[in-house]
Design a protein around this ligand. Structure first.
Ligand code: DAH
Length: 336
């Protein structure tokens, strides 16, 4: 019986180390009908003296086979895992199909750049409503009813005294009503005019308004700020030129040109051979506008300016048709 047990152990270990399926071996030797189980069953026929010795030996054999089986199982699992990992291996150097990413619209880029420049000059950014009372869009800005300036801004009226703002200047009034001087704000936003769409007009476009109010503000401050802006926006060699003009809400008023950064002022296609490009309207805040907002014009003065964001973008990027900004043509937008 001892030999039988030793043979069982030897056979089982040889089979296991030979790579046989551990489950198969378990059934063959340790299962209900297994070889070792059969030996154990026959123990009853042994003499009482032999029984403990053979019992001990049989037990040792079982433990050894089980240990060998556990080891084989572990090795098998490790091998399976390794194979699985090998098959799942990811080649991170493999090129992927290109993914189209979005980016900012040229008008947003232009507005951002303008905002950054004025933030750098100590201005805060504020916003105002696009649906306005006639009072804010016109009356408070020294444009009473029947004033001819109303005709130059073909306005979309919602009711007799509610309209879509035709300029960002009403934000000046909101700013002066809600904040006390010193005031240094810029306000970008949409404006609306019932213009037919063509290469230079759109019923919806964007303006960028600026307002400074404090004691002792002069036209020199206005010139300095706009000059600094122009140099940052269009290049260090850019010069500015103020031409007398008229706006009801400023006195004196000016239209401001920048020297053409494409030709340096010699004259080219961009500046239509003028050497200068008009970019904005500006002036000293009219005393009436200050008093309309309860700011004493004897004590305070201010300057204001307003420019079209589309216009700045067209000049900066050499775009000759405003409609390109609204058509969402991928080939146009991808260039920015
Ligand atoms: N609101 C004017 C327009 O739409 C632009 C403008 C001119 C704004 C002079 C100003 C200013 O603040 O001082 O044409």
């Amino acid at each position: 019986m001892k030999e039988r047990l030793e043979k069982i152990l030897g056979d089982a270990l040889t089979q296991i180390s030979g790579g046989a399926d551990p489950e198969q071996i378990r059934i063959q030797y340790l299962g209900k009908k297994g070889e070792l189980t059969a030996v154990l069953r026959g123990m009853g026929q042994l003499s009482p003296e032999e029984r403990p010795m053979i019992g001990q030996l049989a037990n040792d054999v079982r433990v050894k086979i089980e240990e060998a089986l556990d080891k084989a199982n572990e090795a098998l699992k490790a091998k399976q895992l390794e194979e699985k990992l090998k098959n799942e291996k990811l080649d991170v150097t493999m090129p992927v199909s290109p993914l189209a990413t979005g980016h900012h619209h040229p008008l947003s880029l232009t507005q951002r750049e303008m905002e950054e420049i004025f933030i750098g000059l100590g201005f805060s950014i504020i916003e105002g409503p696009e649906v306005e009372y006639d009072y804010y869009n016109f009356q408070a800005l020294n444009i009473p009813e029947n004033h001819p300036a109303r005709d130059t801004q073909d306005t979309f009226y919602i009711t007799d005294n509610i309209l879509l703002r035709s300029q960002t200047s009403p934000v000046q009034v909101h700013a002066m009503e809600t904040q006390r001087p010193p005031l240094r704000v810029v306000s970008p936003g949409r404006v609306y005019r019932s213009d037919a769409l063509d290469a230079t007009h759109s019923p919806l476009f964007h303006q960028f308004e600026g307002l400074v109010v404090d004691k002792g503000i002069t036209m020199g401050d206005l010139k300095g700020v706009l000059d600094a802006f122009a140099k940052k926006m269009f290049g260090e060699n850019t010069r500015t030129r103020f031409r007398p003009h008229h706006f009801p809400f400023t006195e004196p008023s000016a239209e401001v040109d920048v020297s053409c950064f494409a030709c340096g002022g010699k004259g080219c296609r961009l500046c239509k051979n003028e050497g200068w490009i008009e970019i904005l309207g500006a002036g000293m805040v009219h005393p009436f506008v200050l008093s309309n907002c309860n700011i004493n014009p004897e004590e305070y003065s201010g300057f204001a300016f307003g420019m079209g964001i589309e216009r700045v973008a067209m000049i900066k990027y050499g775009v000759d048709d405003i409609r390109l900004f609204y058509e969402n043509n991928q080939r146009f937008l991808e260039q920015f």
